[in-house]
Design a protein around this ligand. Structure first.
Ligand code: KIV
Length: 295
């Protein structure tokens, strides 16, 4: 038995207006692969949409069947899938392999591959080389990279080269050694910088921007100011989209969760209980039984 919490609540009236349209990213009738043009159109309709991370084909196929329209092969795979302490050690080879698996496991969602630390900071040409790998070898429909004003040249060249870019500002975990894990954009000066970063990535051609760990009022202002969609994580309720790391959302990640995570299931307990039940069956001789045996 899965431990999913009670059936999802009906969406609020405003959200329903958007999601009952046949073009809606979630709940609509699109059966082909979603593209960045669909994302742009959703902002024009004022439609909210969900995004989840995914790091393997099987999990991605579950989310695809559930209708999640955008999946991010985040470099959070570092902590949530590969056993690193941070996202910093994640390599291009790892991101390419994980992204390819997620693309293979899905037929509808737009797959966004994350550019890992060290794969684009040298400049636009390095960014193009790395992004091209994710597009050609893994088959992703877009890439994501961190940084606002500091990454605008990289974004420009990728977009000019035909690679859609999702930007990521606010808390940027690849810079953990410089900024730590702290709320960003607090205070007038920091808020102005965040607004400049948001404008810079939009002007450079990004089709969407992740806002991580920023005050809700500031995220709402950025969302009103930009014509591209904002994707919030720890950024309050008024961004155009919301993203969660799937292992946090389903309760597989151990330990204390940040305040912004809502846990919809307790997979860590479900999997642990199942593993113990299997072990007890084997030790007690109740598995395999006749029905599991071939004669
Ligand atoms: O790597 C990741 O999963 C991310 C999300 C938290 C936005 O960047």
């Amino acid at each position: 038995m899965t431990q999913l919490s009670a059936a999802p609540k009906q969406p609020a009236e405003g959200a329903l207006k958007a999601t009952d349209s046949s073009k809606a990213l979630y709940g609509g009738k699109i059966t082909r692969r979603i593209t960045v043009r669909d994302i742009t159109a959703a902002k024009e309709r004022g439609e909210k949409w969900p995004m989840l991370t995914a790091y393997d084909a099987m999990t991605a196929s579950v989310f695809d069947e559930a209708g999640i329209p955008v999946m991010l092969v985040g470099d959070s795979a570092g902590n949530c899938h590969l056993g690193y302490e941070t996202t910093v050690p994640v390599t291009m080879d790892e991101m390419t392999m994980l992204s390819a698996a997620v693309v293979r496991g899905t037929s509808r969602a737009l797959i966004v591959g994350d550019l890992p630390f060290g794969s684009y900071q040298e400049g636009p040409v390095q960014a193009l080389r790395s992004a091209t790998r994710l597009v050609k070898e893994a088959g992703v429909g877009a890439v994501k990279l961190e940084g606002g004003e500091r990454s605008h040249r990289q974004i420009e060249l990728l977009v000019e080269s035909g690679i859609p870019v999702m930007a990521h500002i606010g808390l940027t975990p690849q810079s953990v050694n410089a900024m730590g894990y702290r709320v960003q954009g607090r205070g007038e000066e920091a808020a102005q910088q965040l607004l400049r970063d948001a404008k810079a990535v939009q002007d450079a051609g990004a089709f969407a921007v992740v806002l991580e760990l920023v005050p809700a009022e500031l995220a709402a202002e950025v969302t009103r100011t930009l014509h591209i969609p904002t994707v919030g994580i720890g950024a309050g309720p008024e961004t155009d989209a919301q993203v969660l790391v799937w292992t946090d959302m389903l309760g597989l990640t151990g330990g204390k969760m940040p305040k912004f995570v809502k846990q919809y299931a307790d997979l860590r307990r479900v999997m642990g209980d199942a593993a113990k039940a299997f072990a007890e069956d084997v030790v007690g001789g109740t598995f395999p039984l006749e029905e599991h045996s071939v004669r």
